[in-house]
Design a protein around this ligand. Structure first.
Ligand SMILES: Nc1ncnc2c1ncn2[C@@H]1O[C@H](COP(=O)(O)OP(=O)(O)O)[C@@H](O)[C@H]1O
Ligand SMILES: [Mg+2]
Length: 260
């Protein structure tokens, strides 16, 4: 559904993206991992139509992305700036639904359902400043879910929460992808996380950035924070992605990586 071909972007004379190509199929959860500053957010903003890349081609459902597509939702890392402080959780979640032409009652219902899905059934009346960071990020995820996007973009969404919350939110995202059939592109600099959540992991090089590897993860959809991370296949993939992020070359032929 998403096709990125030879994406190039420069800020002034600084070439950040040096020809990035990969595609995402409907219903897939693809993680993109790469070193800090390699252009992950630039890539995501290009897909979201928030910046116009210097070159290359992005299509979503066959249509070139020229401005922000309607069927898209984004979750950013900085939850403290992504919710309106003067609105309750339920109103934050319901707000974008106005664009869908839903009436007040239906917006409210959809917001409450989404809050329930992220484990915040009782927090609809709370304001952002009454909630922990993890809860605020759950509200951001609920807002994205309520909108029922065909593509959900997440830019290091768990980078600012504590370790326990991070694990809970990773599992929440796996759940969402499995049960709501949403296609997700999740950006992270965390190697373990990229393997834990991904059906596929796209590893980026340093700038000018290209795709170093496109790995099929093949761990199935039902993952467990403790058991999955102990699997030989997980340990091998994590080591492989780590090597690639540090600038090494893939040592394991794709055929071997795809087998387990
Ligand atoms: N608006 C901008 N103007 C100039 N340089 C930018 C801008 N946004 C990002 N950069 C630079 O481009 C590079 C890639 O940034 P970014 O896409 O945010 O990387 P990442 O998300 O992988 O950390 C960095 O060197 C950053 O300083
Ligand atoms: Mg970034």
């Amino acid at each position: 559904m998403l096709e990125i071909t030879d994406l190039v972007h420069s800020y002034g004379s600084h070439r950040v993206l040096g020809g990035v190509s990969f595609s995402v199929a409907e219903g897939e959860l693809v993680s993109v991992v790469g070193p800090s500053g390699c252009g992950k957010s630039t890539l995501l903003r290009s897909v979201a139509g928030l910046i116009r890349p210097s070159g290359g081609r992005i299509t979503l459902g066959g249509e070139p992305v020229e401005r922000t597509p309607d069927n898209l939702a984004i979750v950013f890392q900085d939850y403290s700036r992504s919710l309106f402080p003067w609105m309750s959780a339920a109103n934050n979640v319901a707000l974008p639904l106005r664009r869908k032409g839903m009436d007040r009652r239906r917006r409210r219902e959809a917001a409450m359902t989404a809050l329930e899905q992220v484990g915040l059934a009782d927090a609809g009346g709370k304001f952002p400043w009454e909630m922990s960071g993890g809860m605020q990020q759950r509200v951001s995820i609920a807002r994205a879910l309520a909108y029922r996007p065909s593509l959900l973009l997440m830019d290091e969404p768990f980078g600012s929460v504590d370790a326990q919350t991070r694990e809970d939110l990773e599992d929440l995202v796996l759940n969402v992808c499995a049960h709501h059939g949403i296609t997700i592109l999740l950006i992270t600099h965390d190697i373990d996380e990229s393997v834990y959540v991904g059906d596929r992991v796209i590893v980026l090089t340093r700038s000018p950035t290209r795709v170093a590897a496109d790995l099929e993860i093949g761990l199935g959809r039902s993952r467990d924070q403790i058991a999955t991370r102990q699997l030989d296949a997980f340990v091998r993939l994590r080591a492989e992605v780590g090597r690639l992020v540090r600038g090494g070359h893939t040592t394991t032929p794709a055929s071997v990586l795809e087998k387990h």
